[in-house]
Write a protein that binds this ligand. Structure first.
Ligand SMILES: [Zn+2]
Length: 78
C-alpha cells in the first residue's frame, strides 16, 4: 500500500466531493462528517494531490445547472 495516493471521494452525508489523502484513515468533510476511507467509495485515485484536484474540478463543474457556454452568445460571423 502506498501512502502517496490521493482519492476523490464523495461525502455520504452532504455528497460534497473532495480529495482525500489515502495515507490517512479518515477524512473530515467540510460538513463535519468523518469519512472512513476504508469504507468510502473512491471515485478516482491519483498519484498526486494536484492531479486529484484537477479531476475534482472537472467532476464538480456544473453540467445541467442552466448555464450555457459563452460561445452561445458570440455572434456568428457571416
Ligand atoms: Zn459532508
Amino acid at each position: 500500500m502506498t501512502d502517496s495516493a490521493f482519492a476523490i471521494i464523495g461525502c455520504p452525508k452532504c455528497r460534497r466531493m473532495q480529495v482525500a489523502s489515502l495515507s490517512h484513515a479518515t477524512k473530515t468533510c467540510a460538513c463535519g462528517y468523518k469519512i472512513d476511507l476504508s469504507k468510502a467509495k473512491l471515485l478516482r485515485v491519483c498519484e498526486s494531490a494536484d492531479d486529484a484536484g484537477e479531476l475534482l474540478r472537472s467532476f464538480a463543474a456544473p453540467k445541467n445547472s442552466g448555464f450555457v457556454s459563452a460561445s452561445e452568445f458570440v455572434p456568428k460571423k457571416e
